[in-house]
Write a protein that binds this ligand. Structure first.
Ligand code: NDP
Length: 403
């Protein structure tokens, strides 16, 4: 029975709040706080109507550490779940340290004026959390998050050594809009317009954005063109599983999406450099975000499924072994359950499970940790119970080249 504070009332924050309310034996007292309180109130009303659980709400600017620390002191939660934006990671971690509260997020820190996400800023908090006897769990969404747990599960149960990891992420859904992103547009577009990067033989190989791609066949979805991107979990996974010779991340994009993105880039709308417009400074990408559909509003007529998993090649008992573990998630089923689309759902459910792991002590370990450092088994059991069942296949032919 624990009190929690959820920060961020967007697509993911809505799912986390619903799922915590649906696990009220663990999350007995829930507060949802965000920059715009009306968004928290809308979610709280929906949760009350659907699950009969009361959620308290508050307005907070999480960039303001003293204000946030005051809210935390007032509420006295055992854990803060940060599902605001990556820019808020460090201020929220600072406020947690100041008030003696545990922390969880789903995306690693990136400075607002530079599209450069990496764990170093948050790993620098390791000693401070450890000395305070507090835990910070980083990247506990789906990717990062479940992909790290899947990899840890493969290492524990299927391999003596893992050599090749390909994380394959497909959204086979259709939301009926000409162009929309499934999570915060600003963060999403910053991520995919960066150069691609993957791990090969002990170093990072950088490639132009979206320059390497191939068709991959996804279960129940079919063949989709998939592009090599840099994704944050690669940074921690190659450190935690040093036998990996190669680690890559693939994501599907439709031609329509790529064409829109290319045009937006060409006309300067994806830039994060402020421009002067009618006497005030605006950031083109932030303006673009304001006119695009909101992730939390895509769910209603969304059809199709996401399919995200890990394809691994390695050695067990001296023999080569191939392994694929994945989850498929239906947009429409998510909407029925928590009024969300599957991308927010596949992020919010693991965040709730990670919080549950911490609050039930299954994962409570002082310091700053990535998910793959902890025992995957109790988390994997929860995935099956909480709406993200997984499937594993052994000995199949994987669509990659191996040396
Ligand atoms: P949204 O943009 O839908 O929601 C973000 C929320 O954070 C909004 O309610 C916003 O408030 C609030 N917020 C922003 N700044 C502040 C602030 N300074 N103080 C308080 N609240 C603030 O994003 P999503 O829900 O789609 O994504 C949430 C997080 O999840 C992101 O960090 C994203 O990167 C991550 N994510 C992780 C994934 C994974 O698998 N690991 C996948 C998808 C997303 P307002 O509405 O007022 O602007």
């Amino acid at each position: 029975m624990s009190k929690i504070l959820i920060i961020g009332a967007g697509g993911v924050g809505g799912v986390v709040t619903h799922k915590c309310a649906m696990n009220s034996d663990v999350f007995s007292d829930i507060t949802l706080a965000s920059r715009t309180k009306s968004k928290c109130d809308r979610i709280a009303k929906e949760v009350k109507a659907m699950h009969g659980v009361d959620v308290a709400t508050a307005a907070i600017d999480a960039d303001d550490v003293p204000e946030l620390a005051a809210l935390i002191r007032d509420l006295k939660p055992k854990l803060v779940i940060n599902v605001a934006l990556p820019y808020q990671d460090l201020p929220i971690m600072d406020a947690c340290l100041e008030t003696g509260v545990n922390y969880l997020d789903t995306a690693n820190y990136e400075p607002i004026d530079e599209a450069k996400f990496q764990y170093s800023w948050q790993w620098a908090y390791r000693e401070r959390f450890e000395e305070a006897g507090l835990m910070a769990l980083l990247g506990c969404g789906f990717d990062p998050g479940v992909t790290g747990v899947f990899t840890a599960y493969a290492a524990k149960h299927h391999f003596d050594e893992m050599h090749y990891l390909d994380i394959v992420d497909c959204n086979g859904g259709d939301h009926g809009k000409a162009f929309a992103t499934n999570f915060n547009p600003e963060i999403n577009i910053r991520e995919i317009t960066q150069p691609g990067r993957y791990w090969l033989d002990g170093k990072w190989v950088e490639i132009p954005a979206m320059s390497e791609h191939k068709p991959i066949d996804y279960p129940s979805v079919g063949v989709r063109e998939s592009y090599v991107l840099y994704h944050e979990e690669l940074e921690s996974l190659v450190q935690n599983f040093p036998t990996l010779k190669r680690a890559r991340f693939w994501m599907t994009f439709g031609q329509e999406y790529i064409t829109h993105l290319r045009v937006l880039q060409n006309v300067g709308m994806t830039s994060i450099v402020p421009i002067e417009y009618e006497g005030q400074k605006i950031v083109p990408l932030q303006f673009l975000k304001a006119v695009l559909p909101k992730p939390e509003e895509l769910g209603e007529n969304y059809t199709g499924e996401t399919s995200i998993g890990c394809q691994i090649q390695g050695i067990e008992n001296g023999q080569p072994k191939s392994y694929y573990i994945y989850n498929n998630c239906s947009h429409a089923a998510c909407y029925r359950e928590v009024r969300s689309q599957a991308v927010s759902y596949t992020t919010g459910v693991p965040a709730m499970i990670g919080a549950k792991m911490m609050l039930t002590e299954a994962w409570m370990k002082p310091g700053v940790h990535n998910v793959e450092e902890l025992d995957p088994d109790p988390f994997m059991a929860q995935l099956n119970e909480q709406g993200l069942p997984w499937v594993e296949q052994v000995g199949l032919t994987l669509p990659h080249d191996y040396d």
